[in-house]
Design a protein around this ligand. Structure first.
Ligand SMILES: Nc1nc2c(ncn2[C@@H]2O[C@H](COP(=O)(O)OP(=O)(O)OP(=O)(O)O)[C@@H](O)[C@H]2O)c(=O)[nH]1
Ligand SMILES: [Mg+2]
Length: 290
């Protein structure tokens, strides 16, 4: 069979995680309208006829301003080093910019087997799409595919291309596996997603979620204790919201999603804690499991 690791890279917010979920066919990685949503390399597995693709979702490549930012970029480099092929995602609704060109240069220099995916065509004009593909075409990669990850449009050609590019290899994961992500990490990510959808400005970057404990109770309910970690006292007030409204609303939504995922009832014990400027502190970033 053909198989291999495929690193999904691109600037922040171009739709890498949405694409990974669409190809896997279930939610293995969180998405949001805010840049720098993805903070880990999350693997999603796709099984097709005689083909197993291990997609590696990565944080968006950007100019780092914090210890966390630097760590995210290093994660992408690491993922590229072990990749058999690359999906390079660009945003069809935006002109190709310096960030895209930098990534293209690096991939070109590394000689990576690369498929360029122009995403969000549902929100772009035909002229815009044609123009972008023509410009990207000068990069000399293996293929250029216009898609909409959100609407699941034109995704099959991506797998056909990968079937050509990937080497003969083993089945890395048992068929039917969708991710190698530990359940607790996915819970934490789902919780963070519900807050990202409700927070503005810089706060999303300052938020981390840690699962402290999970315990099945005698009545069959799974109790999950999670902590929202923020950087300042003022941010703690924001994530809790007026009279606790925000933490309640986001918590309920996360709980429902986890319950659907597990098929059991969940009690989510959610509290906020301040860790001063954790984004700037490498030791703290590690302790938060990032
Ligand atoms: N219109 C449209 N929006 C999309 C499409 N794909 C993703 N989006 C939206 O773009 C935003 C970013 O999507 P993500 O999948 O989180 O992007 P990402 O590249 O993983 O972002 P980072 O992890 O922050 O680097 C979200 O609001 C998505 O709903 C698409 O095909 N069409
Ligand atoms: Mg992402």
């Amino acid at each position: 069979m053909k198989s291999g690791f495929v690193s999904v890279v691109g600037r922040p917010n171009v739709g890498k995680s949405t694409l990974v979920n669409a190809l896997v066919g279930s939610k293995v990685t969180i998405t949001s309208p805010r840049p720098q949503t993805t903070r880990n390399t999350v693997r999603g597995i796709v099984d097709a006829d005689g083909l197993q693709v291990v997609l590696v979702d990565t944080p968006g490549l950007h100019r780092p301003r914090t210890a966390l930012g630097e760590r995210l970029n290093r994660l992408v480099e690491g993922s590229l080093a072990e990749a058999d092929a690359v999906l390079f995602v660009i945003d069809a609704t935006q002109k190709i910019g310096p960030g895209d060109r930098l990534i293209a240069e690096r991939l070109g220099a590394a000689g990576a087997a690369t498929v360029v995916v122009s995403n969000k065509i549902d929100a772009a004009g035909v002229d815009q799409i044609t123009e972008q593909l023509a410009e990207a075409g000068e990069w000399d990669f293996a293929a250029y595919i216009p898609i909409s990850a959100l609407e699941g449009e034109n995704l099959a050609p991506i797998l056909s291309e990968l079937a050509v590019l990937l080497p003969e290899g083993p089945e890395y994961f048992p068929p039917g596996t969708t991710t190698d992500q530990p359940e607790e990490l996915l819970f934490a990510e789902l919780i963070r997603e519900k807050f990202l959808a409700r927070l503005r400005d810089e706060l999303p970057h300052s938020l981390a979620v840690v699962i402290e404990d999970t315990e099945e109770q005698p009545n069959g309910v799974l109790r999950i204790s999670a902590r929202l970690i923020v950087e300042r006292d003022s941010q703690k007030g924001i994530v809790i919201g007026k009279d606790g409204a925000l933490i309640r609303e986001a918590g309920t939504e996360a709980r429902h999603e986890i319950e659907t995922l597990l098929g059991t009832r969940v009690f989510l014990d959610l509290r906020a804690r301040v860790e001063k400027d954790w984004q700037q502190r490498p030791g703290m970033i590690e302790r938060l499991g990032l």
